[in-house]
Write a protein that binds this ligand. Structure first.
Ligand code: ZN
Length: 355
């Protein structure tokens, strides 16, 4: 079964390397190696634009071997490309991390590291909205500071998550987005007009809607409703059933529409690893038998232990969408972060859905 833009279809697929050269019934290709993908659905590999690690490997490191080890582990979870999502304990530390890891971008074997996603330091300091980000790690929006970090990364920051209500943030969004760097809003409690101005200034995404959010929010005018009402923003969800209960994933997909919905893991090193104590940057976190990552002694979620392949199944199961529709969410990201590239194919067990 192929996950095609027009919907799932049963057909043969002829590839040269990662390039598809023919699709059709009963293709004849003498000398070609035949892979029987009967019972499997074939589609483009997943891209994870928000991931802090997995398979015991953390991106809060200056050791490039952690990124390489993650890249080797990730394809077995369906991930063929990713953004290294990280931020340090202070601007100097963040610059050192970016510069130490920069040589891995574009050079990993396995999944391809396409660049960096900087989740911070320009996030809301408000309790709840800053999530697990320590207050002391946050900074005021500062275009010059961003320039320093971008220089340290060798111009490899591809995505920046910011809280637009912070003073100077709209100017930062304008400056960053005008250089072709994608800006996401997140860890924010901005009002509707500020979100709209941020979109006008060049922001195009919202990071993990429903998380990085206070536990108790006003019943109508809250960050979730405001984002749903702003059609210009693509919105990422963490479909682990914990960050968002299954019925919330379903409601958000319906409210956003499939064209605005993106899926990310926000996974940390415990993804695909057993329960225990792990570190997430400067934080110690605990992963319980329920696979939930928390700050010890609190209910605060700190990243997920989700594997993308499980997120794919969950998104389809909770959201009631077919393989083709779930896959289209990642196709949009490939077009954005890796345009024109030949995307490696993956074959996964998946029942034929409505597309
Ligand atoms: Zn976050």
């Amino acid at each position: 079964m192929l996950a095609l833009p027009s919907g799932p279809a049963r057909a043969d697929l002829l590839c040269e390397g990662a390039r598809i050269v023919a699709i059709g019934p009963d293709l004849d290709a003498p000398g070609a190696r035949v892979i029987d993908a009967g019972g499997l659905t074939v589609g483009p590999g997943f891209i994870d634009i928000h991931v802090h690690g997995g398979g015991r490997h953390s991106f809060f490191t200056k050791d490039h071997q952690r990124i390489e080890a993650y890249a080797a582990w990730a394809p077995r979870n369906g991930v063929t490309s990713f953004l290294v999502s990280t931020v340090g304990t202070d601007p100097g530390d963040t610059a050192a991390i970016l510069s130490a890891l920069a040589p891995t971008i574009g050079s990993t074997a396995g999944a391809e590291a396409l660049g960096f996603h900087l989740e911070g330091p320009f996030l809301s300091p408000e309790d709840g909205y800053r999530g697990a980000h320590p207050l002391e790690n946050l900074a005021r929006p500062d275009t010059r500071l961003f320039e320093k970090l971008q220089t340290a990364s060798g111009d490899r920051i591809r995505l920046l998550t910011v809280a637009p209500e912070l003073e100077g943030c709209l100017e930062l969004i304008r400056s960053v987005s005008s250089r072709g760097i994608c800006v996401a809003l997140g860890h924010t409690n901005a009002d509707f007009m500020t979100l709209a101005r941020a979109w006008q200034a060049g922001a195009s995404m919202f990071t993990h809607l429903g998380n990085g959010c206070a536990l108790n929010i006003p019943r109508h005018d809250n960050i979730i409703q405001r984002v749903l009402a702003l059609p210009g923003l693509m919105v990422s969800l963490i479909p682990d059933g914990i960050h968002l209960p299954p019925f919330v994933v379903s409601n958000l997909i319906k409210g956003l529409g499939p064209e605005r919905t993106l899926f990310t893991t926000d996974a940390m090193s415990a993804a695909g690893a057993p329960p225990g104590e792990y570190s997430l940057g400067s934080l110690k976190v605990a992963v319980g038998g329920d696979r939930v990552v928390r700050l010890p002694g609190t209910g605060i979620l700190a990243g997920s232990s989700l594997r993308m392949i499980d997120g794919f199944y969950n998104a389809a199961r909770f959201g009631g969408i077919g393989a083709g529709q779930a896959w289209r969410s990642w196709s949009r990201l490939h077009n954005l972060f890796n345009p024109g590239a030949e995307i490696p194919l993956i074959a996964v067990p998946f029942p034929a859905g409505p597309g």
